[in-house]
Ligand binder design. Structure first.
Ligand SMILES: Cc1ncc(C[n+]2csc(CCOP(=O)(O)OP(=O)(O)O)c2C)c(N)n1
Length: 342
């Protein structure tokens, strides 16, 4: 069996052309990727404020810092018939998939107009029309569902792919290994994207995982695998394009470790005593939005004034989303009995 391990390729960047010159990225698409990352950041900053005001209850896990992973991966998918599964840190990926921001905010507010009718909250965004098959709360619980989706599309003779985001802690679950085994054995069109942000709640990965490289875990199944800088939207897109091509054309699954970092706590109630402020500041120095914005300006794709205008538009869209969520009604009591099977 052939094993294709992702190797660090020489950057194509030089003085004449940007490093994305070999990719199918138009200026329009690059700007969209930047805009999506910025929209996620501003949406979540506002969600944190609304949480503080008591407008949002329950759990709320922010994606801030990890935007490039979700945006780079999702930008590489087809819009209409590829599928996405993820864990509970799901707002960013939902926005990257083009889910309606008002419905996302309303879901956080627990309102009937939310993307899951206010029944799911922060951890359970869902949009069938966009192939967004949910945020899932049980660590390691959703990879088998994603494998089922990949099995189904292959069985139906379609060339869709399924991507499955998960945190690194889920790779210590037995079901993760069962899923990788089946995915490789049955040659499923799936890409497992493990967002390694260094911590499972307050536990550093080095205290919870044997071994050094997360992606080595896929070696036992002889799966195509590798690591990518998840703070770099272009690199994320590049590796995903390769993995998607393999899945779509040859039914080869991939395990991709995206090395990233979350700036905020595990959830809103995390005092963050397990890491230093200096560590967070170090990562912020290579902020995925900031660095990509600068690169786009450098290559004349964006300008400071266009970014300022974009900021204004996003701010207005987030404000509109909050007003919509606030004004929306609570789900009716009868809704409690919907989707209950027994
Ligand atoms: C089976 C199970 N065990 C424990 C928990 C409690 N829990 C919620 S989040 C979390 C940490 C998961 O970390 P990781 O998968 O790395 O994702 P991240 O939060 O870093 O995005 C744990 C242990 C859970 N939800 N499910």
């Amino acid at each position: 069996m052939e094993i294709i391990t992702m190797k660090k390729e020489k950057s194509t960047s030089n003085k004449q052309q940007p490093r994305w010159a070999d990719l199918d990225l138009s200026n329009e698409k690059l700007i969209k990727m930047y805009r999506d990352m910025l929209a996620i950041r501003r949406f979540e900053e506002r969600a944190a404020q609304e949480y503080g005001k008591g407008k949002i209850g329950g759990f709320c896990h922010l994606y801030i810092g990890q935007e490039a992973t979700g945006v780079g991966a999702i930008a590489a998918l087809r819009d209409d018939d590829d599928f996405i599964y993820t864990a509970y840190r799901d707002h960013g990926q939902a926005i990257a998939r083009g889910m309606n921001m008002k419905e996302c905010m309303a879901e956080l507010f627990g309102k009937v107009t939310g993307c899951s009718k206010g029944m799911g909250g922060s951890m359970h965004f869902y949009d069938l029309a966009k192939g967004f098959m949910g945020g899932w709360g049980i660590v390691g619980g959703h990879p088998p569902l994603a494998a089922g989706s990949a099995f189904a599309t292959k069985y139906q003779g379609r060339d869709s792919v399924t991507i499955c985001f998960m945190g690194e802690a889920s790779t210590n679950q037995g079901v993760f290994h069962e899923t990788l085994n089946m995915a490789e054995l049955w040659k499923l069109p799936i890409i497992f994207i493990c967002e390694n942000n260094g911590y499972g709640m307050g536990t550093a990965i080095s205290r919870a995982m044997a071994g050094e490289n997360l992606y080595d875990k896929a070696a036992g199944y002889l799966m195509n695998r590798g690591a990518v800088n998840g703070m770099d939207v272009i690199e994320m897109y590049r590796e995903m394009k390769k993995a998607i091509h393999l899945a779509r054309t040859e039914f080869k699954p991939t395990f991709l470790e995206a090395r990233t970092y979350r700036y905020r706590g595990h959830s809103m109630s995390d005092p963050g005593q397990y890491r230093t402020k200096e560590e967070i500041e170090e990562y912020k120095k290579r902020d995925p939005i900031e660095t990509f914005g600068q690169e786009l300006i450098q290559w004349g794709v964006l300008s400071e004034s266009v970014i300022e205008k974009m900021e204004e538009e996003i701010k207005a869209a987030v404000q509109e989303a909050v007003e919509f969520a606030d004004a929306s009604p609570q789900p009716p009591l009868e809704q409690l009995y919907e989707n209950v099977y027994a």
